[in-house]
Design a protein around this ligand. Structure first.
Ligand code: UT7
Length: 322
C-alpha cells in the first residue's frame, strides 16, 4: 500500500517572549542570542496550557483550513513529544478522546527532536503493511516547563509549539525511502532525567530539567546530518540538486548554515522555524513546513528531504513529495 501526506498544520501559543526578556533574568544579550542561535523570539504556553492543548489547537487549525477533511475515520494517532502532560495516559490517547475518534490506535514517540520524522516513518510503515489507512502524526512540545531559567546556555534556546501531518493511503506513492541512526553513547550530552540518576552508568544532574553539552552536540549534528542528507538523497536515487527543499529540525540557525555550507545546498531552500519560534524540538519541522506552505514557497510536486536529530543522540530522515 502506498501513502502520501495530504495536509500539514501547526499551532503556536500566544505568549511571545523576546530576547530582551532573558536580559532581565540571566547574564546575556539580544545580540549574543541572535548571533549564536538566530533566535529573535519564541512562544511559551500559558499556565493552564499543556502539550495536549497544543495538539488540539493544531488539529483544529488543520480542520479549519481543510474543511473537506474529517478525522472520524482516522485509524491511528502518533504524537512525537518529550514533554507529555503525563507519562500515562499518552498525549495521543487524549487527542483521540478530544476529537471523539472511534476505534483508533494511539502512540506517543519519545525520540526528542527527531520524533516527528520517526512518526512519519512509522505511519508510512503501518499504511504499507495494509493495516491502517489514515494517520495523524504530531510533533508537540511544552519545553518551557522543563527549562532551568537560571541556565543561560539553554533557557534562551527553546520554545513551545505543535505541528502535524495527515498521512493517508494513496493510489500514488509520495512518501519515499527513509534512514535513521543512533549513537546511544552520546546519551548524557543532551538529556532530561526521570527515574534514574545514571545514563550509560554515568551520574547526571537528576533535576528533571534539560541539560546539554552544546558544543559537542553542535559538532555531532553538523557532521552526522551533513553525511546522512547526502546518503538519503542517494538512497532515493537523486543528488541534492534535484531536491526542492530540505527541512531540518530548527535547532539553531548556525547549525543550518554550517550544514548548508558542508553539503553545498542553498540556505534559502531550507525552511526554518528558529527565528520566531526558537528550538521547538519535535514541532520544529512541521512548523517550518507549514510556514513555507502558507507563504507559497512549497508547491505541489516539490521534492522535500526531512531530517530530525537530537537527544539520544538519534536522527531520522525521509524523502517526500508534496
Ligand atoms: O535540539 C536538539 C539538538 N540541540 C542542538 O542542536 C543544539 C546544539 N548547540 C547549540 O545550539 C549551541 O552550542 C548553543 C546555542 C547551545 C551554545 O552556543 P555556542 O556558540 O556553542 O556557545 P558555547 O556553549 O561554546 O559558549 C560560548 C561562550 C561561553 O563563554 P566562555 O566560556 O567562552 O567565556 C559561554 O559561557 O558563551 C557563553 N554563553 C553565553 N553568553 C551570553 C553561553 N550562553 C550564553 C548566553 N549569553 N545566553
Amino acid at each position: 500500500m502506498q501513502s502520501r501526506i495530504t495536509a500539514i498544520s501547526a499551532y503556536t501559543p500566544g505568549r511571545i517572549v523576546p530576547n530582551s526578556y532573558f536580559e532581565t533574568i540571566v547574564d546575556t544579550s539580544d545580540e549574543w542570542i541572535q548571533t549564536r542561535t538566530g533566535v529573535i523570539e519564541r512562544r511559551f504556553t500559558a499556565e493552564d496550557e499543556y502539550t495536549t492543548h497544543l495538539c488540539f489547537k493544531a488539529l483544529r487549525n488543520l480542520l479549519q483550513d481543510n474543511p473537506e477533511i474529517s478525522v472520524s475515520d482516522v485509524d491511528f494517532i502518533i504524537v512525537a513529544t518529550s514533554t507529555p502532560d503525563h507519562s500515562v495516559p499518552s498525549v495521543a490517547s487524549q487527542v483521540q478522546n478530544e476529537f471523539n475518534i472511534p476505534g483508533c490506535g494511539t502512540l506517543d514517540v519519545a525520540s526528542a527532536c527527531a520524533g516527528f520524522v520517526y512518526g512519519l516513518i512509522l505511519a508510512k510503515g503501518l499504511i504499507a503493511a495494509g493495516t491502517h489507512k489514515k494517520i495523524l502524526v504530531f510533533g508537540a512540545e511544552n519545553l518551557s516547563r522543563f527549562t532551568d531559567f537560571s541556565n543561560r546556555n539553554l533557557c534562551i534556546l527553546f520554545g513551545d509549539a505543535a505541528g502535524l501531518a495527515l498521512v493517508e493511503q494513496s493510489a500514488e506513492n509520495k512518501i519515499f525511502d527513509s534512514l535513521s541512526g543512533t549513537d546511544g553513547s552520546m546519551g548524557k550530552e543532551l538529556y532530561r532525567s526521570s527515574l534514574s540518576t545514571l545514563i550509560n552508568n554515568v551520574p547526571v544532574i537528576a533535576d528533571a530539567r534539560t541539560h546539554q553539552n552544546g558544543r559537542l552536540v553542535f559538532k555531532w549534528v553538523v557532521q552526522t546530518i551533513s553525511e546522512n542528507l547526502i546518503k538519503l538523497a542517494d538512497k532515493n536515487g537523486l543528488n541534492l540538486a534535484a531536491i526542492d527543499w530540505i527541512i531540518l529540525h530548527s535547532a539553531n540557525l548556525r547549525i543550518l548554515e554550517a550544514i548548508s555550507k558542508n553539503i553545498g545546498y542553498p540556505l534559502e531552500r531550507m525552511p526554518q522555524s528558529i527565528k520566531y519560534f526558537g528550538n521547538t524540538s519535535s514541532a520544529s519541522i512541521p512548523l517550518a513546513w507549514n510556514i513555507a506552505l502558507m507563504d507559497g514557497r512549497i508547491k505541489k510536486g516539490d521534492k522535500i528531504l526531512l531530517m530530525g536529530f537530537g537527544g539520544g543522540m538519534t536522527f531520522a530522515g525521509l524523502m517526500v513529495e508534496w
